[in-house]
Ligand binder design. Structure first.
Ligand code: PEP
Ligand code: MN
Length: 266
């Protein structure tokens, strides 16, 4: 079934020419130095459009690092001022939305755990009423296309027209090489249900380890997805979250150089 989302083309809010949109940065903002130095190295590659960093982290179990909180927004602001990179972070409550917008974060994303909860998505949507900010909606943790589309509809219903989906893979009971099963079919089904909607692939959270990232990133490009969001840390071995899947800015640069990207027909 086709879904009508009232959105504007990606090119109108983030023009990356004939290249895919590249979002990169640490899983979590840890320290000011880590955020700012990672941002500089990423900006220096000349291949990254947006700096990502989680400020509030949805952890599966309590007692782990749950994000540096609001102070990290200041670090993103400094990283943007010094590098010119746009910034993006995850929001999961109305308060996160208000704080991120007040701090000038350019792009917000809804995380996989939030997408699975319509009340949470609606709370985020309500906080976005009357705001003109791009929002990216990750797929829910479970392989439920309707839940993904429903979240996109709720955010779109709040008047957000700069909208894209993030394909980050799906939890499965079966243990495989991936942290989250790509289940490419669901991305394909989203594409045919909402043909105008850009889809960005998140190989980091699909793979859960850096070795598989080039393979998934290439597959996303072969499927003509519009971009990639890849976790990059100045020193992944000491990352406070998702250490196994983060890549250095230099490794990211190599990975992007080795991707073969089809040029869209104009
Ligand atoms: C993240 O992007 O760091 C994150 C928590 O992702 P997800 O919501 O896909 O698990
Ligand atoms: Mn992460």
């Amino acid at each position: 079934m086709k879904h009508t989302l009232d959105i504007v083309p990606l090119k109108s809010w983030l023009d990356t020419g004939d290249k895919p949109l590249i979002i990169a940065g640490p899983c979590s903002a840890e320290t000011e130095e880590q955020v700012v130095s990672t941002a500089h190295l990423l900006a220096n590659t000349g291949k990254v459009n947006v700096l990502r960093a989680g400020i509030w982290k949805p952890r599966t179990r309590p007692g782990e690092f749950e994000g540096i909180g609001s102070i990290g927004l200041e670090w993103l602001k400094r990283a943007k001022e010094e590098t010119g990179l746009l910034t993006a972070t995850e929001v999961a409550t109305a308060k996160h939305v208000e704080e991120a917008l007040a701090a000038g974060v350019d792009i917000l994303w809804v995380g996989a755990r939030s997408t699975a909860n319509p009340f949470t998505v609606q709370e985020i949507a309500d906080a976005l009423q009357g705001v003109d900010v791009p929002v990216l909606v990750k797929n829910p943790v479970n392989p439920d296309l309707s839940l993904w589309i429903g979240a996109l509809e709720r955010i779109n219903g709040a008047g957000i027209k700069k909208l894209a989906a993030i394909h980050r893979g799906f939890s499965s009971f079966e243990k495989t090489a991936f942290r989250n099963e790509p289940m490419w079919d669901l991305a394909i089904q989203l594409k045919s249900a909402c043909p105008e909607l850009p889809i960005i692939n998140d190989p980091s959270h699909i793979c859960g380890n850096r070795e598989l990232i080039p393979y998934i990133a290439q597959k996303a490009m072969d499927m003509d997805l519009q971009g990639l969001i890849i976790e990059s840390h100045i020193d992944p071995s000491v990352a406070w979250t998702d250490a196994k899947q983060q890549v250095t800015p230099a490794a990211l640069s190599d990975l992007l150089d080795n991707l073969s990207v089809r040029r869209p027909e104009s």
